[in-house]
Ligand binder design. Structure first.
Ligand code: PLP
Length: 385
């Protein structure tokens, strides 16, 4: 059966070029810490990838720390062991209410954190940030704010928030997992001190990610994983060379094709949303009036449950998702929609379609066909005709 994949925000299919680099690297033998030719080849693969990943976000290669994924990078970044701009250890964490669970549950600040409200469109409430900074008084803060939300695609005002946090002497960690490769997202555009990336969201293999530092002056007194001195001592352990090599190639391709891929995704998303509203004018598109990623559409049709819809999509060969795939398997209530004050009944019907580098018109058509069938069937059932 032909499958149609519209779940790039959960994981993006492996780009053929990234696959080739990964397989080539898997077939080679070499520990990047060894000095012989095999070791040097593995080291070269990692350093090439470092250059490409750095280029995706306008960073210097030496400031890229490879990790096993974005969750690990967030666990490393969101600790009270980093010194802020004023040289003080961060001792209070501010988190956007719609951050990914990897930040909400993965930080190391214990109970020394507060969540910042978002508005009905899912955008950070900058007045809430002002109030939190004022309340923090002399404490040095760190802010965790994602560039784009994984469920809705809503873009956050990271640069504005970063200016406020910096004025208070704090640090900004930006989860750029969903934004990188889809919109321009660099140190310059975000003003962040640290950026977090994930290989598998940009068409690289699963099992690699990166924490990228603004500059070498940022330092952490207590690395997450200790042992050998890999990744400049920030992340010990033999590197996952094959995944990192694939990550690098995916980053290079995402950088080169970003505008074209974004344009294509956006035209598919627009077409999907206009067909959705034609079939069900009562549908809600979450974050519709905010700036959003070009590839993401999160919506609900009153009275239709996400479970019913997901099953219908899957049976027809269409992969979409409900809420956040990272916490799913079952359809949980979305903390993102809750923070946006979406009524629980409507939130229960939330679906997400996300396009990407491999998306085609056939994916859109298959998705629209299932929407039409399901909406028609439910309407007939309700009206008894
Ligand atoms: N941050 C965001 C916004 C995400 O969407 C995800 C994964 O869904 C993560 C972090 C975690 O990434 P990884 O799967 O690389 O650990």
């Amino acid at each position: 059966m032909t499958r149609f994949y519209l779940d790039h925000n959960a994981t993006s299919p492996l780009r053929p070029s990234a696959r080739e680099a990964t397989v080539e690297s898997l077939a080679a033998c070499g520990n990047a810490s060894s000095v012989h030719a095999e070791g040097r080849a593995a080291r070269a693969a990692i350093e090439n990838a470092r250059e490409s990943v750095a280029a995706l976000v306008g960073a210097a290669a030496r400031n890229v720390i490879f990790t096993s994924g974005a969750t690990e990078a967030l666990n490393l970044a969101l600790r009270p062991d980093w010194r802020g701009r004023d040289g003080a250890l961060a001792d209070w964490l501010l988190l956007g209410a719609t951050e990914h669970v990897a930040a909400l549950g993965g930080h190391g600040f214990g109970d020394r954190f507060s969540r910042l409200a978002v508005d009905g469109q899912g955008r950070l409430d900058l007045a809430a940030l002002d109030a939190a900074l004022a309340l923090a008084g002399g404490r040095s803060v760190a802010l965790a704010l994602q560039a784009a939300n994984n469920e809705t695609g809503v873009l956050q005002p990271v640069a504005e928030a970063a200016a406020k946090v910096h004025a208070a002497g704090g640090l900004v960690v930006c989860d750029a997992v969903q934004a990188a490769g889809r919109v321009t997202c660099t140190f310059e555009t975000t003003g962040a001190d640290m950026l977090v990336l994930s290989s598998h969201k940009i068409g690289g293999p699963q099992g690699a990610g990166a924490l990228i530092l603004r500059d070498a002056s940022l330092h952490c007194g207590f690395p997450l994983i200790r042992g050998g001195g890999q990744e400049r001592g920030f992340r010990a352990g033999t590197e996952n060379v094959a995944a990192i090599a694939g990550f690098g190639v995916a980053a290079a391709e995402a950088t080169a094709n970003r505008s074209a891929e974004a344009l294509r995704s956006e035209s598919l998303r627009r077409a999907l949303e206009s067909e959705l509203l034609r079939l069900a004018p009562e549908a809600t598109i979450f974050g519709q009036s905010a700036l959003r990623l070009p590839n993401t559409s999160a919506f609900a049709i009153p009275g239709l449950s996400a479970e019913t819809m997901l099953m219908a999509f899957d049976l027809a060969g269409v992969a979409v998702s409900s809420g956040s795939a990272c916490s799913s398997g079952k359809v949980n209530r979305s903390h993102v929609l809750e923070a946006m004050a979406v009524a629980p009944d409507l939130a229960r019907g939330a679906l997400r379609a996300s396009f990407g580098w491999s998306s085609t018109l056939a994916d859109l058509d298959a998705c629209c066909a299932v929407l039409a069938q399901t909406i028609g069937r439910i309407r007939r059932k309700r009206t008894g005709r």
